[in-house]
Design a protein around this ligand. Sequence first.
Ligand SMILES: Cc1ncc(COP(=O)(O)O)c(C=O)c1O
Length: 456
Amino acid sequence: MATISKVRTPRPLARTARWAEPGSKSATLFARAQGVLPGGNSRTTVYMAPYPPYAAAGQGCWITDVEGDRRLDCLNNYTALIHGHAHPTIVEAATRRLALGASFPMPTPEEIDLAALLCERLPSAERVRFTNSGSEAVMIAVKGARAFTGRPKIAKFEGAYHGSYDYAEVSLASTPETWGSLAAPASTEYSRGTPPAVLHDVVVLPFNHAEHAVARIEREASHLAAVLVDPVPNRVGLVPARTEFLQALRDVTRAHGIVLIFDEVISFRVGYHGAQGALGVTPDMTTLGKIIGGGFPVGAVAGRADVMTVFDPTRGGPPPAPHGGTFNANPVTMAAGLAAMRLLTPDAYARLADLGAKLRASLDDCFKQAGVPGRVTGLGSLFRLHPVDRELSDYRSTRATPAESERLVRLVRRLMEHGVLMSITGLGCLSTPMGDAELEGLVETFAAVLEIERLA
Ligand SMILES: Cc1ncc(COP(=O)(O)O)c(C=O)c1O
């Protein structure tokens, strides 16, 4: 695999550490926020110790914090902003729609257009319902699958993240002390106080282990409404599912009348036809979010027409799975999402995938050159750094130990101090405004930061 040159732009990005100085604007904002927001904001994910920099503005692939420091945005609001910040076409579409009114107690034409686009692109999509977030999409898909099958339980994969819905959070953070056997992983709580009934109704499966997963699904089949799987699960190390594994899930769920749900809230990034197109396996339902809203709050459930009839109120009486929501299919979101998705042509996806493959190879190369343990996983425009040197295939192999996590946080923090924004979990992603010059700067910075790490 070609790597990104470290020669043409032999300059790491500028130092960007003012937020960490005592008395910085971010420090002051954080102190004030503590009085009104537990943890200083409304989103656990964006907290980093002792406090994060606060954002002021974004333009293209750059984000400027309130101190005026500018970083290459390799996180893109946790993969949502595939065109970076303030893309003129998206800004124009959203503001034009906003000027006509922000929301209505009536449907709007825009939701039809975005639903039609999704149905055209996603192999599993014949009908769509919009929600306000990916978490809600997962919740609604699970409710829909229960209504369709008349069964109560779902199966999900150990370590996989599907948002803030309590059923979907089961075994999100299992540890060697709690995870049980690989053949039958334990259902562990993530949020304290999770009702035992929730743990009882979620069957946990090992990711990328087809035999174990199929055997457990077969044992539980008569109670299972759905098998929920993310084909490129970020919290399971961003290791793509093996096609044979997904096919085994497809076969066993079809044989037992279980709804197979792919969570493509992130993985719709990997190809024009989603991960399902790239990996060649078609689910019954797909949950979406992030990129389809053009930067605005969004989620969607797409699926086979017969399964999706559970949401249909035109057949007399309430539907089997009633689905309301004041802001569902918000027209401003729909207009922005439509503009964003139309910009995502097959060529745009191909270019991002090419840049992504080169970047992953280059970062891997940096680890090797520096003699610092590390690996890089991912697919398409997604990448994830692992501070380890071992085979990565499932939750148990990709879960960082506390010492490894500490090393990763240190590395990401150093990147933040040198002009690069990523997640402290090691997740990163590209956006369409990025090109070779930006990625060369990123690789150069990464190499420089690894050198600091090696000498530390
Ligand atoms: C795979 C997956 N599913 C669902 C969600 C939840 O989406 P949201 O944050 O929009 O609720 C996320 C969020 O990161 C996700 O990564």
